[in-house]
Every structure is written in C-alpha cells, then in structure tokens.
Design a protein around this ligand. Structure first.
Ligand code: PLP
Length: 360
C-alpha cells in the first residue's frame, strides 16, 4: 500500500543503541530498563513504572498482584482487544462486559454500575483508540464499592485527562509497545505504571520470578522481563512521543475538517488530549468503503470486528449478554491511516477518497 495504516520510526540513534547494547553483553535487568522505567514514569508524572515483555503480560502482572483469581469478577468493555481480559481469565476470574458510549467508544458508566456484584474485584477502563475513559466517575464508583480501578492504557501513550497523563487515575495502568502503537520498542514490550508504590514493587518482584533476593523466591512469579535492547530503543522513542502525539492530533484535525459532514468522526471531549492511536470513523457500508480504499492504495484497519464477548473462546464463559451499542458499531467502524510521518497532502488525499466514496 502506498498509504500505510501505521508506520514505525527507526533512526540512526536507534540502530546505534541496539548495537551498543549487544556489545555491552548486558541483555536483561540492566541500566537501559532502569532508565526507561524512570523516564517513562517521569513523562507520565507518576511515582514509578516497571518494564514488561508485552502489554498482555503487564495486565497479567497487574491482575495477579491485585489478587484477582477464582471466584472474582472484573468489569471491562467488550469493545477492546481480547488481552484486556484474557490474563484475568487465566487467573480464574470471570469477565463481566459492559457496553460502551457511542461518542468516545469508552465504557458506559451506567452499565458499569448495573454490573457490580459482591464478587467484583476491579473495573478495567480501556482508553480506547487513545481517548481517555471517564476516570473521575469511574474512580468514584470504584471507591464507593471498595474495588480496584485498572487503566488499560495500551493505546493511550501521551493521552491526558484534565491536564494529567493517563496512569494517574487508576490504581495501576498497563501500556503496550506492540509494533503498531503510538511508541514502540522494535519488538513486543510493555510497561506497568502508577502511583501506588506497593503495587509497583510487587509487580517488579512477580515479573522476575517472584524474587526478593537472587536465590530467594517469596512468590510464584513469571519471567515477563523486557530485553535491554528494547528498553534502550524505548528510551529513544519516548523522547519523540510528545511531538508525535501533537502531529497525530493535527492529522485528526485535517481528517475531521474534511469528513465531519459526511461520516461519523471521532469525538474529542474538551477535557482530554487524545493520543489518536488510530483514527476511526463510522460509515454504513464499511466493507465496500474498505475495498474502495484498498483499490486506491490506502490501508485500513478494523479495531475490532468481533467484540470480545462474541469471540468463540469467550462466548462459552459469559452468560447470555446483549451489548447493543458495541454490537452495532463493530459493523460500522473503520480506521484510516494514522501515523506522525504522514504529510498534510497524504491526509487530504485519503480524506478525499473517503468523500468520493460516500458522495458516489
Ligand atoms: C487495549 C489493549 N489491551 C491490551 C493489549 C495487549 O498488548 P500487547 O499486544 O503488547 O500484548 C493491546 C495491544 O495489543 C491493546 O490494544
């Protein structure tokens, strides 16, 4: 495709860093991971961060550290990636899915309230597409019921809510550096971040085989560590993050100006800074638009065509459930190319092709 859906960033500093770390022969638990954790936490304005091998393992460590297991329930949206809930299911917990709001595609507060039971252990707020969920209200609900609030910030690096970066609102947050994300590490990688030092400390211990000292294991942990090469690359990417998020917002403005009268464009609440991991619009004949754009060399994505509660492996473990907004919008959503390296002309061309299609 001439116009790719996403594009990764590589420069000489990244290439040199990879070679330097290889030559250093220090591949895990070294200075790059330590520095990446400090710099990422400082960027977010939180007390600490812990590198992990992926966003999925970041969430796994979070659920495990919070003691979520057999007999427990977590409330999460279904309009998300399966890894929002799959680690909790591995631990024996049951996902309870709430519907979303049609404007931001984030979890519906009223539905969350309805679904809380005495078994609920946590609410998982996914900042979908990079737009923060309603964290103030979710915090109130969680506090009212004495349950945890987890931020799945895997799509929201650099997003802000009332002037503060995501990861400042829940008890703990997970990020992913999967190759399509707003920032990457040239491989799989993730980060846990937040202000609760006790939880962070436990997560760091569980990530490294439950070790408290080199030969002593006080918990049954995992090996969910990040490679030093990847951490080094992450540090370089982090330096660009803010300018990238800014550019993503500019691109969204151009798309929005051109498309707002013809398709449903993403809503940006006045009190957030959107990270625009993806730019998702809604149209009635999504599949034909998709074919049309592909014919014109324009890549597209569907995040996500099958909601989690309807996935073959999940259907059997959730009781009969209807999520009307989730189930309707999944047939209408389509994501257009979005990455900071697109020119204004690229964006205008793509938008003009969408307009050509809807006005045909
Ligand atoms: C919302 C959400 N949660 C969890 C994940 C899992 O992250 P990873 O692919 O790094 O395991 C992703 C990304 O893939 C995601 O978008």
């Amino acid at each position: 495709m001439k116009y790719n859906l996403v594009e990764m960033y590589v420069d000489d500093e990244i290439r040199e860093k990879a070679i330097d770390v290889i030559n250093s022969k220090r591949y895990i638990k070294g200075p790059e991971s330590k520095a990446f954790e400090r710099e990422f936490a400082d960027y977010l304005g939180v007390k600490g961060a812990v590198t992990t091998s992926s966003g999925t393992t970041a969430l796994h460590l979070i659920y495990y550290a919070l003691g979520i297991g057999r007999g427990d329930e977590i409330i999460a949206p279904s309009h998300t990636f399966i890894a929002t809930v799959s680690p909790a299911i591995h631990l024996g917990a049951r996902p309870v899915f709430a519907d979303i709001k049609e404007d931001t595609y984030n979890i519906d507060l009223e539905d969350v309230r309805k679904k809380i039971t005495e078994r609920t252990k946590a609410i998982v707020a996914v900042h979908l597409y990079g737009h923060p969920a309603e964290m103030k209200a979710l915090r109130e609900i969680a506090d009212e019921h004495g349950i945890y609030l987890v931020e799945d910030a895997c799509q929201a690096h650099g997003a802000e809510y009332y002037g503060k970066r995501v990861a400042n609102f829940g008890d703990i947050a997970a990020f992913s550096f999967f190759p399509s994300k707003v920032m990457t590490v040239a491989g799989d990688g993730g980060m846990v971040a937040g202000n609760n030092e006790e939880i962070l400390e436990r997560i760091a211990m569980l990530r490294d085989q439950g070790r408290t000292t080199k030969y002593e294991h006080t918990a049954l942990g995992f090996n969910f560590r990040m490679s030093e090469i990847l951490a080094g690359i992450g540090r370089i990417q982090l330096k660009h993050l803010d300018e990238w998020v800014e550019r993503r917002n500019e691109i969204a403005r151009i798309y929005g100006e051109m498309l707002k009268d013809e398709v449903i464009i993403p809503e940006i609440k006045s009190y957030v800074r959107h990270a625009f991991y993806v730019y998702t619009i809604r149209v009635k004949d999504r599949e034909t638009l998709r074919e049309y754009l592909h014919k014109n060399d324009i890549g597209t994505g569907i995040y996500y065509p099958i909601p989690v509660h309807l996935q073959p492996i999940i259907k059997g473990i959730v009781k009969h459930l209807e999520l009307p907004i989730t189930e309707r919008i999944v047939d209408e959503i389509i994501s257009l190319p979005m990455h900071p390296f697109m020119s204004d002309e690229d964006v205008e061309y793509i938008a003009s092709k969408v307009l050509e299609f809807v006005r045909r």
